[in-house]
Ligand binder design. Structure first.
Ligand code: ADP
Length: 209
């Protein structure tokens, strides 16, 4: 009895402390040239509030690993536990719900090319039905202000510099207030100067959100 209580307590404590837990993650891609073992038995625990970097040579499996955390890539085996819930056992609709807590920014911005800067930032709130409620529009205005792009609100992503586009991608992700932010080389396509500035900006915005 006491043993089972202790085990349960430990499980709950782990859920509170470990926000992301990867257990024995394996990812194998079957290609016409044979199997590619991108991830072999990866175990990882990331605590709430922790900023965690994954470093490795090109092709080492960094992107695959990050994409397994929100199940953009489904692991071949192993468990992805976020906030105590195992994403690998969820249905697609449960996953869509769980992903609301996980924001992701990619190297190539992934902005909607036929939508304006304003509409790109507003898009997540619109999808969640929060644009016309809960101060949605004020929030979009605030984000435009934070990244200093008010005068570009009606421009399209193709009219922006790389640094500007990445700023839009950043606030578009932060606007829905995800608990977890996954960054897959978000500054890789930028010049060294912009990259340094953006690093500081991302950290400041993440802390202030
Ligand atoms: P990194 O981000 O560290 O550069 P990746 O995670 O992109 O590495 O890739 C890890 C390995 O998995 C590489 O050998 C890559 O070629 C392979 N890989 C990644 N995605 C696929 C895919 N969709 N199909 C087949 N092989 C892939």
């Amino acid at each position: 009895m006491i043993m089972s209580l202790l085990i349960r307590l430990r499980y709950y404590l782990e859920c509170i402390i470990d926000m992301i837990k990867l257990k024995n993650i394996v990812k194998t891609y079957d290609t016409p040239n044979g199997s590619v073992h991108a991830l072999k038995d990866i175990n990882l625990e990331i605590k709430r509030g922790e900023i965690y970097g994954i470093i490795g040579l090109s092709g080492a499996g960094k992107s695959t690993l990050v994409r397994c955390i929100n199940m953009l890539e489904r692991p071949t085996s192993g468990n992805v536990i976020v906030n105590g819930k195992d994403l690998t056992t969820m249905t697609e609709s449960q996953l869509r719900e769980a992903r609301k807590d996980i924001g992701m920014i990619f190297q190539h911005f992934n902005l909607l090319s036929t939508s304006t800067v304003y509409d790109n930032i507003a898009f997540p709130l619109k999808m969640q039905g929060k644009l016309n409620t809960e101060n949605g529009k004020e929030n979009v205005e605030h984000m435009l202000n934070v990244i200093g792009l008010e005068s570009f609100r009606d421009d399209y992503p193709g009219q922006l510099s790389g640094g500007m586009a990445q700023r839009v991608a950043l606030v578009r992700t932060l606007i829905s207030q995800p608990e977890i932010l996954l960054l897959d080389e978000p500054l890789g396509a930028l010049d060294a100067f912009t990259r340094m500035n953006m690093q500081d900006e991302i950290l400041a915005m993440w802390k202030e959100r």
